[in-house]
Design a protein around this ligand. Structure first.
Ligand code: FAD
Length: 476
């Protein structure tokens, strides 16, 4: 393995001097360095990782981001970009060296423009996803990246993690919505590519280097996102199904009957819903079953409800569904979605867990689940399985509720080996961060790893940006 050299190993500038320098650049409110202010940036949403940020820089413009990066490079301190800190892989948490500056985009929140004809929104990196969604909705448009964390996650984090969520089946990952980006590179240069074009084959599509690369290649400061028309009608249904294969049969029928209007197709195990019933006091409005499927479809055309009813009827007749309901009101829709969206929180209340955010080809989901359940029972008899996910796009959250102190490494290895044996990916949407660096190395070919390291070296030769995340940049 080739080493990516680091210029941020030693600094001639003391932390106190450096903070003073940054305060000079950003103003009094542009820097946090008190222990209480640093605390939220010292750990991740799950509390798995702990770090010691030197300070938190809060720039207000791409120019100020560039100035912070140049100051850090000159003084020998690394930069860790941070959005809403809802990432699930520790990507925004600094290390414990005290030599990393957290760069928070939270003061860059402007929605610069919404183009109602082109259906685009230009929005700064610190804007909260939900705020951007509401601004689009006020113009009759939909920003279809939808996640349970949308009230806290910021646009820069959404871009940098290539976030997925519950609407990927219809609208794709964040990458599919990104038309243009403005980024600040590791040398502090601002690169402006805020185009709102659907068609643009003029040269390399360089914005892709900054999507899903978790702040290791540059800082995203602004984005142009493709919106969609806001559908007028929506149907939400919940089905009780006997097994994962039956769920795939329902998916097939839904694709045939409802077509592109199908937004979400979520699978939840009985174990998952037992957690939400226990901890969130929610009620399941269908009969008990080993698995449950949530379907959401939307369209501006008439006939959506009838088409969805046809899916449910066919599934019940075939025995692929044991029971089914369609929401009759917005309240009932919200109640059905609450079951799905409360699983993570309920899991947290149940106890510590080991999470696997994996994907396999849709047709292999039943085989993967069977093989993984068997391996867990055999190797880790005390663990409980909490499997659920965005099954319409092959993404399963295969989580294991495990006693504190269980070694994640061994569990991850067994689950990820099975994922790879089924032609899957060890990270469907949560990224690599610092949590899966070793696993990424293990599951990529030597050529793929070498290519990624060449890109990192080309764009960030000093390893200034988010060192230790995604790629293993230690000497070896
Ligand atoms: C309850 C819950 C539900 C979730 N559901 C989903 C889901 O369904 N689908 C999904 O994909 N994810 C999900 N997530 C994970 C998380 O919300 C997403 O990864 C989100 O995109 C992170 O955004 P953030 O602003 O919080 O980023 P952060 O956590 O702050 O950062 C994430 C990564 O991006 C980097 N980064 C942040 N901002 C920038 C920037 N401006 N420039 C460069 N790099 C940057 C950070 O360094 C870090 O590596 C969920 C999380 C929670 C807590």
């Amino acid at each position: 393995m080739q080493t990516i050299s680091s210029s941020v190993d030693g600094s001639a500038v003391s932390p106190m001097e450096f903070n003073k320098q940054l305060r000079g650049l950003l103003g009094e409110r542009g820097l946090l360095d008190g222990p209480a202010d640093l605390q939220p940036f010292s750990t991740d949403w799950r509390g798995l990782f702990k770090g010691s940020p030197l300070c938190v820089a809060l720039p207000r413009s791409a120019q100020e981001v560039g100035a912070v990066i140049r100051a850090c490079a000159a003084a020998g301190y690394a930069v860790v970009p941070s959005g809403g800190n809802t990432g699930l892989s520790g990507g925004a948490t600094p290390d414990t060296s005290g030599r990393q500056v957290v760069l928070s985009l939270s003061r860059m929140t402007a929605i610069r423009r919404i183009d109602v004809y082109g259906e685009t929104i230009e929005v700064e990196a610190g804007c909260i996803l939900q705020t951007a969604q509401e601004a689009a909705a006020a113009q009759g448009l939909l920003l279809p990246v939808t996640l349970a964390s949308q009230g806290s996650a910021r646009i820069g984090g959404i871009v940098s993690t290539n976030a997925g969520g519950t609407n990927v089946l219809r609208y794709g990952m964040a990458r599919n919505r990104i038309l243009g980006l403005e980024v600040v590179t590791a040398d502090g240069q601002i690169v402006r590519g805020l185009r709102s074009l659907r068609k643009d084959n003029a040269g390399y599509d360089w914005k892709q280097w900054f999507i899903g690369t978790e702040g290791t290649l540059g800082i995203v400061t602004c984005a142009v996102l493709q919106l969609a028309p806001m559908p007028r009608h929506r149907v939400t249904a919940l089905l009780a199904v006997p097994n994962a294969t039956a769920a795939l049969e329902v998916l097939r029928t839904a694709r045939q009957e409802v077509g592109d209007a199908l937004n979400a197709f979520e699978l939840m195990s009985r174990g998952s819903l037992e957690l939400v019933v226990r901890h969130q006091q929610l009620r399941i409005p269908v009969a008990d079953a080993p698995w449950f499927v949530l379907i959401e479809a939307s369209s501006s055309l008439q006939g959506l409800r009838e088409a969805t009813e046809a899916v449910l009827m066919a599934a019940l007749e075939r025995g692929d569904a044991l029971d089914a309901v369609i929401a009759e009101s917005q309240r009932q829709e919200a109640d059905i979605w609450a079951l799905r969206e409360s699983i993570s929180e309920a899991e947290g209340k149940e106890g510590p867990s080991i999470k696997h955010d994996v994907s396999v080809p849709v047709s292999k989901i039943p085989d993967f689940l069977e093989a993984a359940d068997e391996a867990v029972r055999l190797n880790f008899p005390g663990m409980r399985i909490n499997a659920f996910g965005h099954v319409g796009d092959g993404n399963i959250h295969y989580n294991l509720i495990a006693p504190t102190g269980t070694a994640h490494v061994e569990v991850n290895r067994i689950v990820h080996d099975l994922v790879m044996a089924h032609g899957g990916s060890i990270s469907a949407e949560h990224g690599i961060g610092q949590y899966r660096v070793d696993e990424l190395l293990r599951c990529k070919s030597a050529e793929e790893s070498a290519l990624m390291r060449r890109i990192k070296r080309a764009l960030d030769p000093s390893n200034l940006l988010n060192p230790g995340k995604v790629l293993d940049t230690r000497d070896s």
